[in-house]
Design a protein around this ligand. Structure first.
Ligand code: ADP
Length: 445
């Protein structure tokens, strides 16, 4: 595929306006999550299934064999290292492969096997002897479309008759040229053009429609309308599938507009809890003293892996530099980095190449690094008005105590204001946070 052209639309997509920033963030986060989830996310929660017809039997599979896939597809699945269906796939795959086709709305966090599931469904439904577009998948950005395209290519490795086309800006085709590829993946604007203005795809011949990353999609100006317009052109009997990592009301309303009579599958996120976590605070007078206290703690924490959160990019950069000057090996995750650079840093941290990761909140939001056992709030999380951001606090700290591990959280206090935030957090979670004396650290060992 060709590179996207520079132009006014791209400007907006890059987040030069207020709306743009928010959504660019979501898409970037989503891409980052895709890049760092090289295996399934651990979950002990059960899936919730809501059937369109509650009287029909509910099928679930424990093996890929039970799905009676074509041999070349089963081979592709095993070649990817999949031994058995993931939690969400156990239920989603039989629904998606049923005859007659069933519509599905599925929600589960990133890394739980949604993409692999709908890719398998698309590949199963294709008739390779027909040289026209049959499966259509839309994603919010060029990069996200490419990621999914890679999965299609990988899973279809032993099924070379099936071809894939990218409907993305810059991939220019002549008006009236007919697409031969059976699977099309692209962004809503270009897909819409190909279906309507340019007539490269005949939407009436589409039998599977996938809308991926619905939550990111609706955060992007125009994508929601474009998606609905595409959906309207498809035949009634076309199978509609929608996937999302989160499910706010807005996503739900959108999902119901584009997926008629759906089955619904939900997998709750692992509950975050402060129960298994020891929380402390350290009293300091300023940033420099916080740094000294951190160095004192550092000796105790390097046995494990730690994440250090700062309020701004500037503080994070400064702190990482100071720690490095002291001879510590730390990684810095910062907002100005590209998604690829961030993915590399997270990957190295996960492999334990660096034991300490310094980051800002915006930068690390939504990332799951499960093996972290120590979290340092160099700055406490707060909202725009300067009040405690309890949700972010829980998300930062909650990750340390998951899957039966015990975690440690240390909060750095250097002002009345930050003490006030700490008190709000204590009150909100109804848990006392004890003072830590950094000259005597026996306590936290
Ligand atoms: P999601 O779309 O929900 O983010 P993915 O389908 O991308 O999840 O899967 C996350 C990771 O887990 C990917 O690296 C994928 O290759 C892998 N994966 C997916 N399904 C399975 C499975 N059944 N067994 C093992 N690994 C899987």
């Amino acid at each position: 595929p060709n590179k996207a052209k520079k132009g006014t639309t791209k400007q907006v997509e890059n987040g030069t306006n207020v709306d743009g920033e928010e959504k660019e963030d979501k898409a970037a986060q989503s891409l980052l999550n895709k890049m760092i989830h090289t295996s399934l996310v651990n979950t002990t929660n059960q899936v919730e299934v809501l059937q369109r017809d509650p009287n029909s039997p509910l099928y679930s599979v424990k093996t890929f064999e039970e799905l009676r896939l074509k041999d070349k597809l089963l081979k592709g699945v095993y070649d990817m290292g999949f031994n058995r269906p993931s939690k969400i796939q156990e239920n989603a795959l039989p629904m998606m492969l049923a005859e007659p086709p069933q519509n599905l709305i599925a929600q589960s966090q990133s890394g739980t096997g949604k993409t692999a599931a709908f890719v398998l469904a698309m590949l199963s439904h294709v008739d390779p002897t027909n040289k026209w577009a049959q499966c259509l998948c839309i994603a919010p950005t060029y990069e996200l479309a490419l990621q999914t395209g890679k999965v299609i290519e990988q899973m279809g490795k032993f099924y070379p008759e099936v071809k894939l086309a990218y409907a993305i800006r810059g991939n220019k085709l002549d008006r009236g040229a007919k697409l031969q590829e059976q699977i099309v993946i692209g962004t809503p604007g270009t897909v819409l053009d190909w279906c309507s203005k340019l007539k490269i795809i005949n939407p009436k011949k589409i039998s599977v429609f996938v809308l991926d990353e619905a939550d990111v999609m609706i955060a992007t100006q125009g994508h929601q309308d474009q998606s609905i317009r595409i959906q309207r052109m498809l035949p009634k009997e076309c199978q509609m599938l929608l996937f999302s990592a989160t499910f706010e009301d807005s996503v739900w309303k959108f999902a119901e507009r584009v997926v008629p009579d759906p089955n619904i599958i939900k997998l709750k996120r692992e509950e975050e809890t402060l129960d298994t976590i020891k929380q402390y605070y350290v009293l300091c007078s300023d940033k420099e003293e916080k740094f000294t206290a951190l160095c004192n703690i550092y000796g105790a924490i390097t046995i494990a892996q730690a994440m250090i959160f700062c309020h701004t990019r500037r503080t994070a950069g400064w702190l990482a530099a100071e720690l490095t000057k002291e001879g510590h090996v730390v990684a810095l995750l910062s907002g100005e980095m590209t998604v690829e650079q961030r993915a590399t840093i997270i990957e190295r941290f996960r492999e334990g190449k660096e034991k300490v990761l310094v980051t800002t909140n915006v930068c690390s939001r939504g990332i799951d690094v499960e093996q972290v056992s120590v979290v340092i709030n160099f700055d406490l999380p707060m909202d725009k008005d300067g009040n405690a951001d309890n949700e972010t606090y829980l998300h930062r700290i909650g990750r340390t105590g998951r899957f039966g591990k015990r975690g440690l959280a240390v909060n750095m206090i250097d002002s009345k204001h930050s003490m006030n935030i700490l008190n709000q957090i204590e009150e909100h979670f109804n848990k006392k946070i004890n003072k830590l004396d950094t000259d005597d650290l026996d306590e936290i060992e």
